[in-house]
Design a binder for this molecule. Structure first.
Ligand SMILES: NC(=O)C1=CN([C@@H]2O[C@H](COP(=O)(O)OP(=O)(O)OC[C@H]3O[C@@H](n4cnc5c(N)ncnc54)[C@H](O)[C@@H]3O)[C@@H](O)[C@H]2O)C=CC1
Ligand SMILES: O=C(O)[C@@H]1CCC=N1
Length: 266
């Protein structure tokens, strides 16, 4: 996810690549690779000048976040904004490990940030000023569309947009497999699927019509689409999408509940 955000930020005009510093725990080869690929500054953790950063983005797995916060506790500056991308970890849980009043913002990007097309949620913690929220919103807009939401909407946003690209990729896998089974070669079947999905998405963006209205325009009475939609309906496709979003949201909630239990048992 970190590289996805880096690629989006480096591809946008709103930031200079030299303004971006990247570090990791110990993988020097990976840092060299990122520096060469994006022209940013990649440095080992012991060499980071933490004081010089306006914003620190934490992009490790939820299970590694606590250790990282403990490491940062005595390095962060009062006005630095800490951004976490960790699914399921609440602002309050992050603030718990940091100096009093530290500004913390939780965001939920998706991997389409790589091409500047993420749908990213932003939920500010309680010590974030309006100016800091604006700054984070601008930063996030460098890799896609930003949505400032309430923190209690974060689990469902994660189910919709954080995990969302995977649902569409999964659908595309089935779409392509079906084309291949019917006789197209892999590449042709894949291109048919990509163009169909891209065209449908761009129709939504450019015509601004709602999906039900566009769907009806494709569907001739007693025609092919009606037969296809009936099969989708019979197979429970709509219900499956709702279940996918809600299951991912539930998992996001579980992650924060697990952390709460760990904190209580300490
Ligand atoms: N993969 C996705 O589509 C999305 C992921 N996220 C969130 O992004 C975070 C990262 O996910 P992925 O990129 O998929 O995982 P990943 O495992 O590919 O990357 C995490 C990286 O963090 C590094 N790391 C761990 N502790 C560190 C520390 N103390 N300092 C520096 N680096 C450290 C690990 O070595 C690893 O390279 C997770 O919290 C996840 O919930 C959020 C939105 C979408
Ligand atoms: O699967 C995950 O947990 C992460 C968070 C959202 C997308 N990927």
């Amino acid at each position: 996810m970190a590289e996805g955000m880096i690629a989006g930020m480096c591809g946008s005009d709103s930031l200079q690549n030299e303004q971006i510093f990247v570090t990791n725990r110990s993988n020097a080869a990976r840092l060299r690779e990122l520096q060469e690929r994006y022209g940013l500054t990649a440095i080992s953790q012991s060499d980071v000048d933490w004081h010089g950063m306006d914003v620190i983005i934490l992009a490790m797995k939820p299970k590694d976040l606590t250790a990282a916060l403990i490491e940062l506790q005595d390095k962060v500056q009062e006005q630095q904004v800490l951004i976490s991308v960790a699914a399921g970890i609440q602002n309050e849980q992050i603030e718990h490990y940091l100096p009093k009043n530290q500004p913390v913002v939780r965001i939920m990007p998706n991997t389409s940030s790589t091409i500047g097309e993420s749908a990213t949620a932003i939920a500010p913690g309680k010590h974030v000023s309006a100016e800091q929220l604006n700054m984070v919103t601008e930063l996030v807009a460098a890799f896609g569309k930003a949505f400032v939401i309430k923190e209690d909407q974060m689990d469902v946003f994660t189910g919709m947009a954080g995990s969302g690209p995977a649902y569409f990729y999964k659908l595309m896998e089935h779409f392509t497999e079906t084309g291949v089974a019917a006789g197209f070669d892999q590449d042709t079947a894949s291109q048919i699927g990509i163009q169909t999905m891209l065209g449908a998405a761009r129709m939504l963006v450019e015509t601004k019509e709602d999906p039900a209205c566009l769907r009806k325009k494709v569907t001739s009475p007693n025609g092919t689409t009606a037969a296809g939609l009936e099969a989708l309906n019979d197979a429970g496709a709509g219900e499956a999408m709702t279940k996918a979003i809600l299951s991912a949201a539930e998992r996001s909630n579980e992650i924060s509940e697990d952390l709460k239990k760990q904190l209580l048992t300490r």
